[in-house]
Design a protein around this ligand. Structure first.
Ligand code: ADP
Length: 360
């Protein structure tokens, strides 16, 4: 007895002439119903979508010989996932159709469970790293909160003057609104990070991530009077990654660079972001600043959790960035920049599927 359900039906009226035991079992018929012509065509055991697929298959059956996936319900309404193959045959001089149905329900369920399990694991590992990220969030939130407080105090001082400087007041309030928006966006990022979703790893355009982050930091960059130069490689291969995490990575590096150049006189605060495709299907991002650079002895240590030289620093930005890079199969190294500042070099593997070679 074949493990597949097989039936032969007459092409003219669709009547089932022969069916094996599996066929009767699968759809819930008794053997004697076959002789009495009481077995309904397969099309009555599938939904509308399935019916379309089946009739298309019936038209091309003999040519394509491909299996199609169809959900079949038996007489009691129990659904099975199946693969169906249809071919034209002759029975005597009668034009017939042979239908073979393979039950793949168990297999499908195992696949679904494996998928579900994987999603749970991804979710768990995200929640597990939330400890780190909530620290990072506190770190990132500190800046806008400090800015809001300082600006609110300035506004109050201004108001107690006689007369208050309304132009200044307007700009102070604008700064408060900007800082508040930034804080809101950070919280939004954390929410995304916690959200359980299917589509976390996808082809991501690193150039787009950089544009988004710069847009996000625009107010900050203007406020600090930083000159940002961006040189994004055309036709950069995509990275297979989690967009939110990659944004977090770029955000950390750019915030650090912006903080570093703040020590320089206005007009000497430059920050450069450069992407490039590298040999061996890799993509590179260089973040270079004109700040004081990193002393040789702390080149490695900057990636250690809680290593910070800032008064209000938490020392989590770089370790988190490194963790993200490694989770993507890549790496980050700190280097001395050409003009004495710091350079952070991020290397990530390009996603094979969507890699396009630069055509220049
Ligand atoms: P935090 O910014 O809270 O200190 P990070 O992990 O982001 O935490 O950075 C750790 C340390 O690395 C900083 O305190 C600083 O000493 C050093 N560092 C990071 N980026 C730069 C940079 N662009 N230039 C100079 N030093 C840097």
């Amino acid at each position: 007895e074949s493990p597949d359900a097989i039936a032969i039906s007459r092409r003219s009226d669709g009547r089932i002439l022969q069916a094996n035991e599996r066929w009767l079992d699968l759809l819930g018929y008794e053997r004697d119903e076959l002789a009495r012509g009481l077995i309904a065509p397969l099309a009555t055991h599938v939904d509308d979508a399935g019916r379309k697929v089946l009739s298309a298959l019936e038209r091309e059956g003999s040519r394509s010989g491909d299996d199609v996936e169809v959900t079949v319900s038996d007489r009691a309404g129990t659904e099975r996932h199946t693969l169906v193959r249809i071919s034209a045959i002759a029975l005597g001089d009668e034009q017939c159709v042979m239908t073979i149905v393979r039950d793949i329900t168990t297999q499908r369920q195992a696949e679904l469970q494996a998928h579900e399990h994987r999603q749970q694991l991804i979710h768990l590992s995200r929640v597990a790293s939330l400890g780190d990220f909530s620290g990072a969030l506190a770190h990132e939130l500190n800046q806008p909160l400090t800015a809001i407080l300082a600006n609110a105090q300035a506004a109050l001082r201004n108001l107690s003057r006689d007369p208050p400087d309304l132009t200044e007041l307007r700009s102070t309030l604008t700064d408060i609104a900007d800082a508040d928006k930034r804080a809101g966006a950070l919280i939004h990022h954390l929410r995304l990070l916690m959200k359980r979703g299917d589509e976390q790893f996808a082809a991501v355009d690193l150039n787009e991530v950089i544009r988004d982050v710069l847009e996000f930091l625009h107010g900050e960059v203007v406020r600090r009077d930083v000159d940002v130069q961006v040189s994004l490689a055309q036709g950069l291969p995509a990275v297979n990654g989690d967009r939110v995490q990659l944004e977090q990575l770029v955000l950390n590096l750019v915030s650090n660079a912006a903080e570093a150049v703040e020590q320089q006189a206005s007009g000497r605060r430059t920050l450069e972001l450069r992407t490039a495709a590298c040999p061996a299907s890799k993509v590179q991002l260089l973040v270079t600043d004109s700040g004081p650079g990193i002393p040789a002895e702390s080149m490695e240590r900057v990636f250690e959790p809680f290593f910070t030289t800032k008064q209000r620093g938490l020392g989590l930005g770089l370790p988190i960035s490194l963790k993200i890079a490694r989770a993507h199969g890549g790496n980050i190294v700190a280097e001395r920049g050409a003009s004495g500042g710091a350079t952070f070099r991020v290397v990530l593997p390009a996603s094979g599927a969507s890699s396009r070679l630069a055509t220049k």
